[in-house]
Ligand binder design. Structure first.
Ligand code: PLP
Length: 399
């Protein structure tokens, strides 16, 4: 028999996974061009050419015994140093290889840092809407997830509520910017205010409160928007980065954690995080991908493609009468459902072969998420179908 903890997860199996299967079923039945699947955040821009070349070169040029062998749990030192120098050039930081731990994507990075920090019952604060897996990750280490309700006027974090929710038991606050599911980027002003609140609470309670910055979408920003690098604003920051989206490599499972020298207990944390990498079962991040990343450290996917999709879908949905904040980053639109029960809206959309994720999957009912990392044709062809769908939601005043 499976464990009680797993029984819960099996019963509440991610709506995203269910959607994935539904998308495949509909494509098989109606043909791919008749299905408008906005459910998954799976990048459809191919990885940059440099990545393919680097894979070939690494395999041809590196010593196979080292390349395919066991290593330090934190990863190859030369790879970590190359990434540290890239961060220093871009953000004016001062990291060395010892501040970085290579991880199996951001998902593993988050698990590693939570394993490193949490005692049972420690509180981890998240801002709704949020990536629902945070709840599972915190639960893995018997932490307690504390939710801050959304500010739906801006989808910036509600800092007044944060201030009230921090207790002596608060061990960490997770932020995600650019943000899944809203595409919002937290402004520098927001980050400064957030940092000031955390500093004040640390002083008041004489505790360390870690800010975990989950940033797989850092490079996916539009209109020249800047994404503040959080270690510069708050010393107790840990960054969880991933190449899943920036280099379109989600299946390769590669990312890293940054633990700055300035963080409380930094040296001990670095050692513990290396061990956590091992004992959570990853052991180390994939060695071939580490070496590839070192050769492509400043390569990026072509985001002009997402940008075009973003504008076309945003404008098109607005014309259909749907409301949404124009996203500045990531590849998602978080759209207000025309009816309170957004699940019924998703079900109605499914009748038109449109797949969207209900906001309840991000702890924010009343909204739906659309991933626009799909083909441009899917977006253009979906708009008349959305118009048809929305006819069922017109009020007398609209007609
Ligand atoms: N955090 C957020 C907000 C995400 O959206 C995702 C993936 O979609 C992850 C973490 C996990 O990313 P990775 O593929 O790097 O594990």
């Amino acid at each position: 028999m499976i464990s009680d903890k797993m029984k819960y997860f099996v019963q509440n199996n991610s709506a995203l996974r269910v959607m994935f299967e539904e998308g495949n079923r509909l494509r098989a039945k109606y043909g791919a061009d008749k299905v408008y699947d906005f459910s998954l955040g799976n990048p459809n821009v191919p990885a940059p050419r440099e990545v393919k070349q680097a894979i070939i070169d690494v395999v041809n040029e590196e010593d196979p015994v080292i390349l395919h062998g066991y290593m330090n749990n934190a990863g190859f030192e030369d790879v970590r140093q190359t990434i540290a120098e890239s961060l220093n050039r871009r953000f004016g930081t001062n990291f060395q290889f010892k501040n970085l731990i290579m991880t199996v994507g951001a998902a593993s990075g988050l698990n590693v840092i939570l394993k490193t920090l949490l005692n049972p019952g420690d509180e981890v604060i998240v801002f709704a809407p949020y990536f629902l897996e945070y709840g599972s990750y915190v639960n893995n280490f018997d932490g307690k997830l504390v939710e801050i309700p959304p500010d739906t006027s801006t989808f910036q974090p509600d800092l007044e509520k944060l201030e009230k929710k921090i207790t002596p038991g608060t061990k960490a606050v997770i932020v995600n910017t650019p943000h899944n599911p809203t595409g919002v980027v937290y402004s520098e002003e927001t980050i400064k205010k957030l940092a000031a609140i955390l500093e004040a609470k640390q002083r008041e309670y004489q505790t360390a409160i870690y800010l975990i910055s989950d940033e797989p979408y850092r490079e996916l920003v539009y209109d020249g928007v800047e994404v503040p690098f959080l270690t510069k604003y708050y010393a107790n920051t840990v960054v969880a980065y991933s190449y899943s989206k920036s280099l379109s490599l989600p299946g390769e499972r590669i990312g890293y954690l940054v633990i700055p020298d300035e963080a409380d207990g930094s040296e001990e944390m670095v050692v513990a995080a290396g061990i956590a990498n091992r004992i959570t079962g990853s052991v180390n991040a994939p060695s071939l991908q580490q070496k590839v990343i070192a050769r492509c450290v400043d390569a990026r996917s072509d985001i002009s493609y997402y940008d075009k999709n973003r504008t076309t879908l945003y404008e098109g949905l607005k014309e259909c009468g749907l409301e949404c904040i124009k996203p500045q980053g990531a590849f998602y639109l978080f759209v207000k459902s025309p009816v309170e029960d957004e699940k019924s809206f998703c079900e109605a959309a499914r009748e038109y072969n449109i797949l969207m994720v209900p906001g309840s999957s991000f702890a924010c009912p009343g909204y739906v998420r659309l991933s626009y990392c799909v083909s441009y044709e899917t977006i253009v062809n979906s708009l008349p179908v959305f118009r048809e769908l929305m006819k069922g939601y017109q009020t007398d005043a609209d007609i």
